[in-house]
Design a protein around this ligand. Sequence first.
Ligand code: IPM
Ligand code: MN
Length: 385
Amino acid sequence: NRTWGVAVCPGDGIGPEVMAPTVAALQKVAAKEGLELRLQHYDWPAHAWHRDHGEMMPADWRAQLAEHDAILLGALGDPGPSSDPDRHLLPDGVSLAPLLALRKGFDLWACERPAVRLPGTPQYLADPRAEGLDMLVIRENSEGEYVAQGGRLAPGTAREVATQVEVFTRLGTERIIRHAFERASARAQARQAGERPPRTFPLPGGGEAAAQVCAITKRNAQAHWGEMWTEIFAEVAGDYPHIATHHELVDAACMKFVTRPWEFDVVVASNLHGDILTDLAAVLCGGMGVAPSCNINPLDRSVPPLFEPTHGSAPDIAGQGLAGPEAMLLTAAMMLDWMGEEDPAAARAGERLRLAVAADLQERDGEASGTRAVGDAVLARLDQL
Ligand code: IPM
Ligand code: MN
């Protein structure tokens, strides 16, 4: 049995609140399944660290985190008195939201945000077909609209011009699209094996696929990357003839996420489009409070992936014990799934944790009950399962 080292970064706002029950749940589930976890706590990146040290993390942050197999993060975003709340200086002087620095620092180029509707979560869509929603949004996490290139010319003057450059590389596009097809293949296999509810999508040459990948662009207005993305999508799709394909412009995709989300399966989108679509997808599945997320490098398991819920630090409800820990707990389950690709004890632990959260949500059926109570209820469930 191998030992898994996890850097636990509770972060800001509700981050520490939702992390506390999650660490307790991880310890319990690990003990139950014979999983060896070594958790090490880091107070950075967080508001307190920033206030005392004037920077988001110590200069050797990358080396320190690289010692671990995975990073589990609560939430980032400084609601405190500092003038520029979401931006911190990296040791090399680059100003970035701290989350982006972590993702970039380890080249975690794939962001996975499953949108699975669990019974008992708020249902914002009236159509009953939205009840069994099960999609996976894969967001390109390393380039695109998030490259931090551009600038402001003649700032503050009437002639001011701000540019924000978008960069899409063939390498970055190809690997994220291929990853989406890999995930779709796994879903197809699980459906055929009866491990997931069956679904079918028409294939262009006749016949049916058990999974689909939908590419998102805005190629009618942003032709350069839109054409390259579409071209690469077609090339990669050629390697997966058993997977159905689809294309949506991002604006139409937003509309269809709301009117018929059950038609989507795996969705692959650029950094910014994926950011926007995953907030929307989270709400279709009960809200930000139950939306897990991970940032991984699928081609390099030696860098620690970063597991963080889709939600932020929620300063409006921080410190009151109101935040639901479900998103954080489900994010920890995603981390266990990732470990589970190598370690059967972790795979069992992930499954058990997810079942416990789902059972608790179902029992409460929409009744909110606060961070503590939900955490305790999930811990109790872990014993019963
Ligand atoms: C997210 C967040 C971040 C992003 C922010 C905090 C920079 O919204 O993880 O979705 O845009 O990626
Ligand atoms: Mn976001």
